[in-house]
Ligand binder design. Structure first.
Ligand code: UD1
Length: 422
């Protein structure tokens, strides 16, 4: 298993190019299942999660060609040969459940293993299933699999009022509704930029969708969708992560391709913590204002609130702040696994249920630490960049699921970071 060695060496300066969004790409790829025409995705990130989704789609009979070093994905589901998403692939990644809606809508049948993914809480898929049932699907949970069948004549439009905001359930319902008969209204829908990106791509394919980016999305079903070429939106979580590099080490970093509308609530917190963020022609420029980071309180919420996927990284920053910060995690119940690892580096963190109280220290200290999930792993890297001495982060396969070329991007800004293959 690979690990990453980092030697904290002061302020980092430079430019970092932000890749296409992993989470957008993972929902755009299954959209291929809705049509027999080709779908081309540009600006795709090069990540192991994308390779997992590739394998999953291929196991269903889709063709997926990775072009231009993986930045372009050419997908075609002309001939689907299977309706079964197997446990062996699905267990690697929770986003695999996103094949359920489109496969059911197009083929009338889908068998999908219940998912695995990051161990950050129970993460059920009941909302996905209820939405599809509302469209007339008959579901049966057997042997760890969801067996889903559309009624004769296909899925039907429905009004679906989600009891809580779910990104994945909104995506599954949105994709399924494009081919359902009649009108579907999604209420209390997720408003994340990845949903907007998916809706834009589906519209290019011929879907009739209105209201994405708001709480209510309306979809008029069509009989068939066609092909499209679509550029994946920038990854707001990768963007936020790299915005924290100059915040935690000092220096100035320009995040190329970054957009303020993708990270509004996060940028506001950075500002309150004493970090300046400004728009440039090519992206966002970030630097620490004078003096030490100030403590701020953070509550994670669905978009446009502060993203849960940046909570661990923000915690790393606040470990070095002047004062006491309170972080409240409201999306996932078990998402403070980075706290004990940060504590090994000298941080002072008290976790009580969904709340972490962080008392800032002057300086973190390098230590051997272990990545426990995707976002936790990069929070340890951020902490290590600002720490005194050497840190070795082990189990970095989590990191490779969601961040491309981390070592290259950070060394280009002057970081002392290297991968140890093992
Ligand atoms: C997506 C993102 C993930 C991010 C999360 C929240 C992808 C591939 N992953 O995950 O990185 O952290 O949004 O922004 O896009 N829930 C249920 N029942 C369901 C579905 C969800 O109770 O059927 C709960 C979850 O346990 C969680 C909350 O709803 O507490 C939000 O989860 P959801 O928005 O669905 O997250 P994902 O789509 O899995």
């Amino acid at each position: 298993m690979d690990s990453i060695l980092i030697k904290g060496n002061g302020p980092l300066n430079g430019q970092i190019a932000i890749a296409g969004a992993k989470n957008a790409c993972l929902t755009l790829m299954p959209a291929t299942l809705l049509t027999d025409a080709p779908l081309t995705l540009t600006n795709a990130p090069r990540l192991s999660d994308i390779r997992t989704m590739t394998q999953l789609l291929q196991s269903l009979g889709a063709e997926v060609a990775s072009l231009q070093g993986g930045q372009v994905l050419a997908l075609s589901s002309h001939d689907l040969t299977s309706h079964r998403a197997d446990y062996d692939i699905v267990r690697k990644m929770r986003a695999s459940i996103l094949v359920l809606g489109p496969m059911l809508a197009r083929a009338g049948e889908a068998i999908v293993s219940l998912p695995g993914g990051c161990a950050i809480g129970a993460r059920p898929v009941d909302l996905h299933l209820k939405a599809l049932e509302a469209m007339g699907a008959v579901l049966d949970l057997r042997d760890g699999y969801v067996h889903a069948k559309a009624p004769a004549g296909g899925l039907k439009g429905a009004v679906i009022d989600f009891p809580l905001v779910s990104v994945g359930a909104t995506e599954n319902a949105l994709m399924a509704a494009t081919l359902a008969k009649g009108t579907t209204v999604l209420k209390n829908a997720a408003r994340e930029p990845e949903i907007v990106d998916l809706a834009q791509c589906l519209r290019r394919m011929g879907a009739r969708i209105e209201g994405e980016g708001t709480e209510t999305i309306t979809i008029e079903g069509v009989t068939a969708l066609g092909g499209a070429t679509h550029a994946v939106v920038a990854d707001r979580i990768e963007l936020g992560t790299y915005m924290l590099v100059p915040a935690i080490t000092g220096g100035e970093v320009e995040c190329l391709g970054g957009r303020m509308d993708l990270v509004g609530a996060f940028a506001e917190k950075l500002d309150a913590a004493g970090v300046s963020v400004s728009e440039t022609e090519r992206g966002l420029k970030v630097s620490r204002k004078n003096g030490r980071i100030r403590a701020v309180d953070v509550v994670t919420e669905p978009f446009p609130g502060f993203p849960t996927d940046l909570q661990a990284q923000m915690m790393a920053l606040l470990c070095t702040a002047d004062g006491v910060s309170v972080l409240e995690e409201r999306i996932f119940e078990n998402r403070f696994m980075h706290a004990p690892e940060l504590t090994r580096m000298g941080a002072r963190i008290d976790v009580q249920g969904g709340t972490a109280t962080v008392t800032g220290v002057e300086k973190l200290k390098g230590a051997p630490v272990m990545a426990t999930d995707l976002r936790a792993s990069v929070s340890l890297i951020l902490a290590a960049l600002a720490a005194e001495g050497e840190t070795v982060v082990s189990r970095v396969y989590h990191l490779d699921r969601g961040y491309e070329k981390v070592e290259e991007k950070l060394s280009a800004c002057g970081a002392l970071i290297e991968r140890i293959h093992g």
